[in-house]
Design a protein around this ligand. Structure first.
Ligand code: 3PG
Length: 306
């Protein structure tokens, strides 16, 4: 039995060692493919693997078709939009994620990005504080909840919109529930995105929504670039010189955004929300244990494909 860890963006070494110990401790073979630059290298090793642990690595139909022995893919993280679930299901491959394991890391980065925005990107000019500001959490999943917990410490007024989350779950955290997405954007000077990339959310964050935000609006995106309607956001930022966009997922039009909106646009060069030793250990170890339990006990908890 061979388990492959295929991570174009590597885990912290301490997490890799933890994964290796669990896999080898269970009597399975362990293989590591890090920082690969072309799909063919992934295809080559995946063809020999029974199970694979990935991060944002693309597991599309071509990769799945080349993976003759593969029984399970575990995405060490939350979003599994990088895996072709239909192709996996057709081949009887189980796909799992590790929900919640890297949520604190992403939430801490979102808060850091808010501070960075309201302090004018640390350029030495006088900024503002987060205390007392209205924060809108768009989707109240694991990351959204952690953002709420930390934002409370900053003394922010916190609102959330999530039609898939019971209002009492949100209220229990002392967060105000809004039942319309428009109201969230109308009410909140700062909005933090935590929606997954799906057909429903694709390009759903557009000028119609963002244009409702109050003066000195800040949009923080630690979710996915696909949820943003980039053309529409760019048009809005041209008209609203008070609007800032801070993202952990580089837009396709990054160079244009950087050129047009210097001082109110920032993107990390590579997605780094989950890039902490702690998150890597949490998600990586959970993934390794899920693979072992899958093969040894048939446990399919956290399966995401039909
Ligand atoms: C996730 O969906 O878990 C985050 O976007 C983290 O992705 P990464 O593992 O590629 O950093």
């Amino acid at each position: 039995m061979k388990i492959l860890v295929a991570t174009e963006k590597p885990f912290a070494p301490v997490a890799v060692e933890g994964i290796r110990e669990i896999i080898q401790g269970a009597g399975f073979g362990f293989e590591l493919l890090e920082k690969y630059t072309d799909k063919n290298s992934l295809i080559e090793v995946v063809s020999q693997a029974d199970g694979v642990i990935i991060r944002s690595d693309i597991i599309d139909r071509q990769v799945i078709e080349a993976a003759g022995k593969l029984k399970i893919v575990v995405r060490a993280g939350a979003g599994y939009d990088n895996v072709d679930l239909e192709a996996a299901s057709e081949k009887g491959i189980c796909v799992m994620n590790t929900p919640g394991q890297n949520a604190n890391a992403v939430a801490e980065l979102a808060m850091g990005m808010m501070v960075y925005a309201v302090r004018n990107m640390f350029n030495g000019t006088s900024g503002t504080e987060l205390k007392g500001k209205a924060l809108g959490i768009h989707a109240y999943g694991n990351v959204g909840r952690n953002v709420a917990r930390i934002a409370k410490g900053f003394g922010m007024e916190i609102y959330a919109y999530d039609p898939y989350c019971k209002p009492e779950v949100i209220e229990r955290d002392g967060v105000k529930v809004l039942t319309s997405v428009e109201d969230l954007y109308k009410k909140c000077q700062i909005v933090s995105l935590h929606i997954p990339a799906t057909e429903e959310t694709s390009k759903s964050i557009n000028a119609d929504l963002l244009g409702r935000m109050p003066k000195n609006a800040v949009l923080v995106n630690t979710a996915r670039k696909e949820v943003i309607d980039e053309t529409s956001l760019m048009m809005l930022m041209e008209n609203r010189i008070d609007f800032k966009y801070i993202t952990d997922i580089m837009p396709a039009a990054d160079a244009k955004f950087a050129e047009k909106f210097a001082g109110r646009y920032y993107s990390t060069p590579k997605k780094m929300g989950a890039q902490t030793a702690e998150a890597n250990i949490n998600a990586g170890i959970a993934a390794a244990k899920q693979i072992v339990d899958f093969f040894k006990e048939g446990n399919q908890t956290f399966r995401v494909n039909p």
